[in-house]
Design a binder for this molecule. Structure first.
Ligand code: S3P
Length: 435
């Protein structure tokens, strides 16, 4: 069944909201909690389809996980060697993070595993984890070398390597660090530019010793993770839609509470600041090793910019929302060095360009980016192509369009933000759902 959103223009965003828990941190809390010894408690876990794919898989692998009782998830970790073989393929749904991170863990087990996903995930490149994991002595194979399903042969002795990542990817880095827990020796991963460091922070939170230098992370295998309590901050990637929505809509004034502002995630804030957005970060604090704050956002006139390439990995999931900000800005916004956008849940350059075309926003697609001409958005029917972030970005565009925007194929919004409709409607978005 296909879910559509219809958004009517003419309203502003006002009020205070809490966006749901951070998706990247939620995945990692489940995975590390399962590999830890003793109980891990997780508060504010994101209960979205993607995270539930990780939960389901870890349960298939024999770990007991109790979903929230009074807001707290309990994970009864069995230690590094406590996983058991699954008697069926592990289905990762739409979730690249589940597939890539769990491949790292499963590469170190003494049993075989088989990983599958939905049509979008089955078309995403996995060579980026398969090749380095195999160079550690693991035995992974994919379809045509690079694609899921992934078959992982167990009972391999993993050895430490020093790996220079060709692409800036936190999923690749994390897969290798997780496999590194099982190596005899030390693994070092070198990043071409910084990517989200939640795995590193959380390993330290579980008491695991890692070494971080400027652009490298090293750890030795064979240690021990100690179960503990984790509080998951709100997801800046979900907050991004409201940051942009309030910034582009006259009369808007919102407070986003308890949002993660890890420096490796705040590319969206830096980009919006360069565009002239009006926001303040207040009440900064630290929670479970992650910086958290409230963000007040008000309408401001935005200007088009050339997005610094160094900010691309730090805003990698926010470009659908950023393109909407660009469409409302004065003058063009230019993005380069963002070819990774083509291998997300959809090809986010061409799928966003298709919707922008429909809504009368002039744009020029490049291999590694796009130029979006500012100047306003018309109404019309656009397709999210089953990509959650594209669906939410066009919903926000509806705030300022000249006519209503209808977005089709929105069911995958549940992969990252199951309550998007309610939260958005609660602060003034005139949105209806159609089945
Ligand atoms: C993620 C890393 C990023 C991001 C994804 C979540 C993670 O992917 O796009 O949504 O949790 O590590 P890449 O590693 O492919 O850049």
């Amino acid at each position: 069944m296909s879910l559509s959103y219809v958004v009517n223009p003419g309203f502003s965003l006002t009020g205070e909201i809490r966006v749901p828990g951070d998706k990247s941190i939620s995945h990692r809390s489940i995975i590390l909690g399962c590999l830890a010894s003793g109980t891990t408690e997780v508060v504010n876990l994101l209960e979205s389809e993607d995270v539930l794919a990780t939960v389901r898989s870890m349960r298939e692998l024999g770990i007991r996980i109790e979903m929230p009782i009074e807001g707290v998830v309990h994970i009864y970790g069995e230690g590094f060697k406590g996983l058991k073989p699954s008697n069926k393929p592990l289905d990762m749904g739409n979730s690249g993070t589940s597939m890539r991170l769990l491949s790292g863990v499963l590469a170190g087990q003494n049993f075989d595993s088989h990983l599958i996903g939905d049509n979008s995930l089955m078309a995403r490149p996995m060579g980026r984890i398969i090749h380095p994991l195999n160079s550690m002595g693991a035995a992974l194979s994919g379809k045509q070398g690079d694609y899921p399903p992934i078959c992982i042969k167990g009972n391999r002795e993993l050895i430490g390597i020093r790996y220079e990542m060709p692409v800036a990817s936190a999923q690749v880095k994390s897969a290798l660090l997780l496999a590194g827990l099982y190596v005899d020796g030390e693994i070092t991963v070198i990043e071409p530019s910084p990517t989200r460091d939640h795995t590193e922070r959380m390993l330290e939170g579980f008491g695991y010793s890692i070494r971080r230098k400027k652009n490298s992370i090293s750890l030795r295998g064979g240690g021990y993770l100690k179960g503990h309590r984790i509080e998951v901050p709100g997801d800046l990637s979900s907050a991004a839609f409201f940051l942009v929505g309030a910034s582009i809509t006259p009369g808007s004034d919102i407070l986003l509470q308890h949002v993660g502002i890890n420096p490796t995630r705040i590319g969206i804030l830096k980009i919006l600041e360069l565009m002239g957005a009006d926001f303040q970060i207040v009440n900064s604090r630290e929670m479970s090793g992650e910086p958290v704050a409230d963000i007040r956002v008000r309408y401001a006139k935005l200007s088009g910019i050339e997005i610094p390439e160094s900010l691309v990995p730090l805003a990698i999931d926010e470009f659908p929302a950023i393109f909407i900000a660009a469409a409302c800005a004065e003058g063009p916004t230019k993005l380069s060095g963002a070819a990774e956008l083509r291998v997300k849940e959809s090809d986010r350059i061409s799928c966003m360009a298709a919707g922008l075309d429909t809504l009368g926003v002039k744009n020029k697609v490049k291999d590694d980016g796009i130029i979006v001409s500012g100047g306003g958005i018309k109404g019309g029917n656009v397709n999210s192509f089953g990509d959650h972030r594209i669906a939410m970005a066009f919903a926000i565009a509806g705030l300022v369009a000249t006519d209503p925007i209808e977005i089709s194929n929105c069911e995958n919004v549940a992969t990252s933000f199951p309550d998007f409709f309610e939260v958005a409607a609660g602060i003034g978005l005139d949105i209806t759902q159609r089945l």
